[in-house]
Design a binder for this molecule. Structure first.
Ligand code: GTP
Length: 610
């Protein structure tokens, strides 16, 4: 293959705008899959069960196809990108392997928040963008209006836009032609001999039960073939290539991968943590400059995961280990809690990522688990060092650390929200109640006479969007608002650790980091919840929320008089023993905090677990 018949492209779109449907149509049209194979709503490229259930793409999938265009057989490599903000880094890496991107926009919905963020990533990467308006079969489609939006928002020339229906297939052949005509071929390497130094960008990986980790690579220079001894620039680990090939659409072995090609390599890599997205692979003994922009994934949301039954810990840990084989972006650490026993503290890229992982854990491993409230990584600045804290229990008690801690900082993000004008008031409210700052808004379809939509941008603490922000955004806008965010660094903030006490003993698993402006509200609400779920015992229980030495809220659960064995004396010894035995059994499931019994259900209902 010479590089001028190769095109590497991806499809970028907001969730639900039809990316997977279009990918299926392209694979069908080029004969890569047959029609029957791509059954209704069962997109070939969306593989995970949870992806299908939620209708979202979590994991990027890649496929190659061949098509004769302009009288020449071309190799078209589709590099699928995840459609969600949590995976922005993966989007950026997938795009590093492409020269072009189809910007797919639903012609009945118009530009949404994620269309904007993925557009900017693509533009920054300098890839050729082909605007494509989808779903023109829908009566509600307004392609002319959306074209105007594309022009005013992105500066895209309206004459470049294609109209298609990925559902009926209308216009899809023109997309293939546009890819060949408009997207430049991958750059020709300086040295085209087969023994030229190898340089391969690793942009994705997945786990195969038999062959271990399979990496997807884009060959920038040299030729990669079976038997090659290769090495990672990042980990300096060495491997022997067992198999190379292209995704057609499943792994199809070939003799070699040439410059400009995109394909897979199996090299006995044991763990997906070894396959770093953005890493450069080269031959052992050859010196190459790593490709620019390598960045390890950064966990932004943390939560503790504990087994409901403490004796299940090892099983849970194994399940987590097996799941992380296929998802290297999750970080895992052991954690122990006096209230919940042994567990793991996991770090995720974002809240969707966390939900997906948790659902997979529950679905695939039947795991009965308690998940603590999600927390973001806080930064504590001491005189001589900075520490990132991912567990609220480790947050310093500010009153004790006067003079030691200079300040505490929390991660902030730049959020963009797009919604119809009539929801302006509710959206501003939502932002203000979540400590948003620097609010700015612009009108997206000014002057078109159509129902106007607004884009609101603001700076907002990440901790504010990991809880209920997204649900509220959807309910307050009747589902019409879309939302996206990007990392905006850290900011000094007035934060404190809140602990909950039962008869003066702290329940470590419930500790929270809160902003002082919200401490009373949160303290009262949680104490009330605890009061509602605790069982009465033979003595009074005081339930308190405290920040430092200060009690924010307090409730008392009155005692119950229940001497259950009283009536059993006198000859009923066996019955009494049996009763005590039963009580012991049920206590096993009970966590003790000091002398207070804390049932598992209490954690479930307080932490909003199912
Ligand atoms: P993510 O995987 O979450 O990124 O979504 P997606 O962009 O891949 O969307 P998907 O292909 O799953 O399509 C979303 C919905 O739109 C599905 O119900 C499709 O059947 C429907 N759809 C896609 N293309 C068309 C089209 O051209 N016309 C109509 N009417 N519906 C379409």
């Amino acid at each position: 293959f010479s590089t001028d018949v190769i095109r590497n492209f991806s499809i970028i779109a907001h969730i639900d705008h039809g990316k997977s449907t279009l990918a299926d149509r392209l694979l069908e049209l080029t004969g890569t899959i047959d029609k029957k194979q791509s059954g209704k709503n069962e997109q070939v490229l969306d593989k995970l069960k949870v992806e299908r259930e939620r209708g979202i793409t979590v994991k990027a999938q890649t496929a190659s196809m061949f098509e004769e265009i302009n009288g020449k057989k071309h190799l078209l490599n589709l590099i699928d990108t995840p459609g969600h903000v949590d995976f922005a880094w993966e989007v950026s890496r997938s795009l590093a392997a492409c020269q072009g991107a189809i910007l797919l926009v639903d012609a009945s919905q118009g530009i949404q928040a994620q269309s904007i963020s993925v557009f900017h990533v693509a533009k920054d990467r300098g890839v050729k963008i082909i605007p494509v308006l989808n779903k023109i079969d829908l009566p509600a489609a307004q392609p002319e209006r959306i074209k105007a939006q594309l022009e005013s928002t992105f500066g895209i020339d309206p004459s470049e836009a294609l109209y298609i229906s990925a559902k009926t297939g209308e216009g899809v052949a023109d997309v293939l032609k546009a890819i060949v005509d408009r997207v430049p071929p991958p750059p020709e390497p300086q040295d085209i001999s087969t023994n030229a130094p190898l340089k391969a960008l690793l942009f994705d990986s997945f786990y195969d039960r038999y062959r271990g980790v399979i990496s997807l690579v884009s060959i920038q220079h040299g030729v990669l073939q079976k038997g090659d001894k290769i090495m990672s620039c990042h980990t300096r680990k060495k491997y022997e290539v067992m198999e190379v090939g292209i995704m057609y659409p499943e792994e199809t072995p070939t003799t070699a991968l040439y410059p400009g090609q995109v394909g897979y390599v199996a090299c006995n890599m044991k763990e997906s943590s070894e396959a770093h997205i953005g890493d450069t692979l080269h031959r052992v003994g050859e010196k190459v400059e790593p490709l620019a922009g390598f960045k390890p994934t950064k966990a932004m949301v943390f939560a503790g995961i504990f087994p409901v039954d403490a004796s299940d810990f090892l099983k849970l840990e194994q399940s987590i280990a097996r799941l992380t084989l296929t998802d290297r972006s999750v970080t895992v650490q052991r954690e122990s809690s006096s209230a919940l026993g042994q567990g793991c503290r996991l770090g995720f890229l974002g809240t969707l990522h966390m939900d997906v992982f948790r659902q997979r854990l529950e679905d695939e491993y039947d795991a009965n688990i308690i998940v603590t409230a999600p927390t973001v990584p806080y930064k504590v600045v001491y005189k001589d060092k900075e520490i990132i804290i991912s567990n609220p229990t480790d947050f310093p008690d500010m009153a004790d650390s006067i003079g030691k801690v200079k300040e505490v900082q929390e991660p902030i993000v730049k959020a963009s929200i797009i919604f119809p004008e009539e929801h302006f008031g509710e959206m501003m409210d939502l932002c203000y109640s979540h400590r948003a700052e620097d609010l700015n808004h612009t009108f997206l379809d000014a002057g078109t006479g159509a129902q106007t939509r607004i884009m609101l941008t603001c700076i907002i603490p990440l901790s504010e969007i990991v809880t209920d922000f997204f649900d509220q955004l959807k309910s307050r806008s009747s589902g019409f608002a879309s939302f996206d965010y990007e990392d905006a660094g850290y900011k000094q903030s007035d934060l404190a650790k809140m602990v909950f006490l039962l008869n003066s003993k702290p329940v470590d698993a419930l500790a929270l980091v809160v902003h002082r402006s919200q401490q009373d509200l949160i303290g009262r609400a949680w104490v009330k919840k605890l009061h509602g779920v605790l069982r009465r015992q033979l003595f009074e229980i005081s339930i308190q929320a405290a920040v430092g030495k200060k009690i924010i809220s307090r409730e008392t659960l009155s005692a119950v008089r229940a001497d259950v064995t009283a009536g059993l004396y006198g000859g009923h010894y066996e019955r009494k023993m049996k009763h005590l035995q039963n009580q012991k059994e049920s206590k096993k499931k009970m966590k003790m905090v000091g002398n207070v019994e804390l049932p598992q259900e209490a954690f479930f209902s307080i932490l909003g677990n199912k």
